[in-house]
Design a protein around this ligand. Structure first.
Ligand code: ADP
Ligand code: MG
Ligand code: MG
Length: 209
């Protein structure tokens, strides 16, 4: 089964609710290795997204996802605003005109979004950023798309891969972003951005169940 527009809107609504609920937790994670604002940033950004959604709900999925990116770009400061802004914007542009997303379409959204994020942040694998969540998730999505065409099954498969990738950020030393200023003291903490990225997978799974 493909992903319907109603499911995309449900996904974004779920994500907004999770960013509201996890605002304190994400900020706590960022307090340990950053400047204690990641939860505040994501919550503010997605609150703005929810304000914008009614105005584009009759547009195609690409336009909706692009609007998410443009809204995050203009309402979230710091590192994560431009990074997530690029992800959603570029990903949305890659599925322009679609009223449903097949597994192949969703893979194109992910591939283009992650590539935009990587280029923007110049993150390499192991730098302890949100890219460390997306790189293995993308690999899994590519493998899945070779044989599978059920988007709900894809979302089920991505969550455990993301969970593992998220835990794998804990022992890493940060080499990008504010956390890198801490050097070896950044070791032993879960990356906040990888955590907020993981919620994108969990909320998609929930929307497709
Ligand atoms: P800031 O660090 O500006 O306060 P946030 O706290 O909102 O921004 O976001 C921090 C997160 O951004 C980090 O946990 C990390 O995942 C991500 N990040 C920072 N720099 C980069 C980068 N160059 N590439 C990819 N992700 C990055
Ligand atoms: Mg921060
Ligand atoms: Mg900040």
């Amino acid at each position: 089964m493909p992903i319907s527009k109603a499911q995309v809107l449900a996904w974004l609504g779920n994500l907004d609710a999770v960013y509201a609920a996890k605002k304190g937790y994400l900020t706590e994670l960022d307090a340990a290795i950053g400047d204690a604002d990641h939860g505040i940033n994501m919550h503010r950004g997605f609150s703005k997204v929810m304000e914008k959604l009614p105005g584009v709900a009759d547009k195609d999925i690409g336009e909706i996802l692009k609007t998410v990116g443009m809204t995050l770009m203009s309402s979230v400061g710091g590192a994560s605003g431009p990074l997530y802004g690029t992800f959603w914007m570029k990903g949305g542009m890659a599925v322009a005109g679609k009223d449903a997303l097949s597994v192949a379409d969703f893979l194109r959204f992910l591939e283009t979004g992650v590539e935009g994020l990587r280029q923007r942040g110049r993150a390499e694998p192991g730098d302890k950023t949100m890219y460390d969540l997306w790189a293995p998730v993308l690999t899994e999505a590519r493998t899945f798309a070779q044989n599978g065409d059920d988007a709900a099954a894809l979302a089920e498969a991505l969550v455990p891969v993301g969970e593992k990738a998220l835990a794998a950020t804990i022992p890493l030393q940060a080499r990008k972003g504010r956390a890198s200023y801490l050097g070896p003291r950044s070791v032993g903490h879960q990356d906040p951005g990888a955590t907020s990225s993981f919620y994108m997978l969990e909320t998609l799974r929930e929307a497709l169940r």
